[in-house]
Design a protein around this ligand. Structure first.
Ligand code: MLZ
Length: 264
């Protein structure tokens, strides 16, 4: 059975890459959207509004979306099977009305005409490329501290980065980004759609960012240099019987003299 599973996984990866989506199970998140297609999306800044969005980019199984009538500073990313996107016409079908995005560039009264114009002749994403539903959430939080994962950097949501579970808090997981010393960490629910198993990016064709370079417990290379220079300084002091710090003109060009001050 072990062999069969490996073969199946290999096939799925192959299909996902070879662009033969019809043969790939839906849970593998085939992305058949194209740049320029229009769809309906929840306004991320005003989630009760359904707006028109245009696909402005594709990355793996995610769509980079821009709300029509808004600026280019508020793009957002959604998984192809997100429940927050739907084909054009869905809102009206359900008795709703399409809303202008928060920060609509024009006068609110021009919204109906804007809507008409934006949809006229537009390429609408066909209903068949939307996924029927999001995958079911696991029943409970089974994460453990130290587990590795791939996660969306919420401060730079176009990035998916290598991360480690740093702590658990009930149904929440602390996502810590490898090599960034906490600057981008966040808590999210264990069933958040911003976190993925290791291998996710390879499977979907998204770009996994390299880990940061900030080592745990070590501030930065400048601090490291200072520490080295302090140690060197102490060694010299011992040797020279406390003749001060590094004498002027010594060949220690890589050592910052400031690191010796105080000698602690
Ligand atoms: N330009 C930014 C990107 C950091 C991304 C970190 N992701 C965990 C920086 O260098 O600060």
């Amino acid at each position: 059975p072990q062999k069969a599973i490996e073969w199946k996984d290999a096939q799925i990866i192959k299909h996902a890459r070879s662009g033969r989506p019809s043969r790939v199970p839906s849970q593998y998140q085939v992305n058949e959207f194209k740049v320029g297609m229009k769809l309906e999306a929840q306004d991320p800044r005003n989630t009760t509004s359904t707006c028109i969005a245009t696909v402005v980019g594709l990355t793996g199984s995610r769509l980079r979306l821009r709300l029509d009538g808004s600026d280019n500073k508020n793009d957002f990313w959604r998984l192809v099977d997100s429940s927050e996107i739907q084909p054009i016409g869905s809102c009206e079908k359900n008795g709703g009305m399409l809303q202008p995005p928060l920060g609509f560039r024009l006068n609110a009264s021009s919204w109906p005409m804007f809507l008409l114009k934006t949809l006229n002749g537009a390429e609408m994403a066909p209903a068949r490329i939307f996924h029927k539903q999001e995958p079911p959430a696991p029943e409970q939080n089974s994460f453990q501290v130290g587990m590795k994962l791939e996660a969306v950097d919420r401060k730079n949501p176009h990035f998916i980065c290598p991360a480690t579970v740093g702590a658990l808090r009930g149904v929440e997981v602390l996502v810590t980004f490898d090599g960034w010393r906490g600057a981008f960490d966040y808590y999210c629910r264990y069933d958040s759609r911003d976190i993925f198993p290791v291998g996710w990016c390879t499977l979907t064709g998204d770009n996994l960012q390299p880990p940061g370079t900030k080592a745990q417990g070590m501030r930065c290379s400048k601090d490291l240099k200072r520490k080295q220079s302090r140690l060197l300084c102490r060694k010299l002091q011992r040797k020279q019987g406390h003749q001060g710090c590094l004498p002027q003109g010594q060949p220690f060009s890589s050592v910052e003299s400031s690191g010796c001050e105080g000698g602690t």
